[in-house]
Ligand binder design. Structure first.
Ligand SMILES: *Cc1c(COP(=O)(O)O)cnc(C)c1O
Length: 450
């Protein structure tokens, strides 16, 4: 009986899977932030290349992966799918647990899958430089490497507090040849305005997005790149789930549950959408469960409405599960899961009842991740531990009922740069926090009237 399910390099998927093609009702289009009319390709053109804008709006069932992108994917893809036999035993569950390990990418997470694709489409259209924001640095490091591999420049605005507190992802960004600036900075108009208001501002993702967008809009040879949320990002992550379909066949199994953590929704979409497609097309009955922090309960407590993607209200309005664009994230230890909104495609499928969502408290999250690590070895990213917490709940259900269910989850990245949060947990310094109901009601008042 195998433990690792490995695919040969020539079985890297040749196309991305577009779940939109299998839906009877497509998700509503983004709206222009000023006019509230559907945003067309031209509205997005100052920021993104046409190749990606077309993917954003596509209803084609599949989109071919460019050869050069697949060639770069060979550095770490196909990623392994592993049966967590030792953890199953430790949990005493009859469930079969499999995990797809995206932490083998050089940047340490799934984010490189879309970073390489986005850089490629930009370079094809003559763009020389990409700007972006990063919080804890996962996305900034992935995009830096992608740009380096494709001969492009990259400029990363990193939230100031993380820039100083999480220096090693900043170092990775520099090793891979990109420039990294703590945000807010004096290099942009909006940054200078923010500094004038508060010279000691710790920064936020919303501010860093505004700086990165400003630089991109002002220069013809420069575009902006976003690491999650948008349709082209969730689409490009489907290499994960497609490989899993083939690997499940190798394992002679099929998942009753597919589980992933959600921040903007991209790694979950990547593993789940191909299985949602099988549910729709072949009548399979896999339950796909998105897991979020109770401190940032976008899908479980937020509402489905049009909202801005950023605090400064620069972005088009997206119809999504949201906590309101003014949402101030509590300081939980999963930097990648603190966004106020959710990918419109994930939100839409949630609305249609094709996906489920659960929230978990952070001490259970770390306890579960450590339980996993003590059996399987890998130290997961704190984000991934959210998925692991729900897998453990499902495994416990199986133990109670005696059901031998098959569970697959996405281990979206490793936690080697997040050891300080593990220390905090082990030192008993982490507290559970659920985002208060009143705050959500308040935030709803600021939603744009559409
Ligand atoms: C960024 C990140 C996430 C959250 O982003 P999604 O777009 O929801 O996938 C999850 N896990 C890891 C390891 C990350 O780096």
């Amino acid at each position: 009986m195998a433990t690792k399910y490995l695919l040969p390099e020539d079985q890297i998927p040749t196309s991305w899977y577009n779940v939109a093609a299998d839906l009877q009702t497509p998700p509503p289009p983004p709206l222009h932030p000023g006019t509230h009319q559907p945003a067309g390709p031209d509205d997005l053109a100052p920021l993104f290349p046409m190749g990606l804008i077309m993917q954003e709006m596509s209803t084609e069932p599949t989109i071919e992966i460019p050869d050069e992108v697949r060639e770069i994917y060979r550095l770490w893809r196909p990623t392994p799918m592993i049966r967590a036999r030792r953890w199953e035993k430790a949990l005493g569950t009859p469930a079969k647990i499999f995990y797809k390990y995206e932490g083998v990418s050089p940047a340490g997470s799934h984010k490189l899958n879309t970073a390489v694709a986005q850089a490629w489409y930009n370079r094809e259209e003559g763009i020389k430089k990409l700007t972006t924001e990063t919080g804890a640095g996962q996305w900034g490091s992935a995009l830096s490497l992608a740009c380096q591999l494709l001969g492009m420049e990259c400029l990363v605005y990193m939230v100031k507090v993380s820039y100083f507190q999480k220096p090693y992802r900043r170092s990775m960004i520099r090793v891979w040849g990109a420039e990294v600036i703590p945000s807010p900075s004096d290099t942009t108009e909006c940054g200078r305005a923010m500094l004038a208001l508060d010279p000691d501002s710790p920064g936020s993702l919303g501010m860093a997005i505004s700086e990165a967008v400003e630089v991109a809009v002002k220069r013809d040879d420069t575009h902006y790149s976003l690491g999650s949320v948008l349709n082209h990002v969730t689409l490009q992550q489907t290499v994960i789930g497609q490989e899993c379909l083939a690997q499940m066949e190798l394992a002679d199994a099929y998942p009753d549950f597919v589980v992933g953590c959600v921040g903007g929704g991209s790694n979950f979409a990547g593993i789940a959408f191909p299985f949602v497609g099988e549910n729709i097309k072949k009548g399979k009955k896999t339950r796909c469960i998105a897991v979020e922090p109770a401190a940032c309960p976008t899908m479980t407590k937020g509402i489905y409405a049009f909202d801005y993607g950023d605090t400064a209200k620069f972005t088009p309005l997206l119809k999504m599960d949201t906590l309101g664009h003014d949402f101030v994230p509590p300081g939980i230890h999963a930097g990648g899961l603190r966004y106020h909104g959710m990918a419109p495609m994930v939100s839409h499928l949630h609305q249609l009842g094709l996906l489920e969502a659960r929230s978990v408290m952070q001490t259970e999250v770390f306890e579960s991740g450590i339980s996993f690590s003590r059996s399987e070895g890998i130290i997961p990213a704190p984000e991934s531990n959210h998925a692991i917490a729900v897998v453990r709940q499902l495994a416990e259900d199986c133990k109670q009922s005696g059901d031998e269910k098959t569970i697959l989850f996405n281990l979206s990245g490793h936690g080697h740069f997040d050891m300080a949060s593990y220390d905090n947990y082990l030192d008993g310094k982490l507290e559970d926090f659920a985002y208060p109901e009143e705050k959500i009601k308040e935030a709803m008042k600021t939603l744009p009237k559409v």
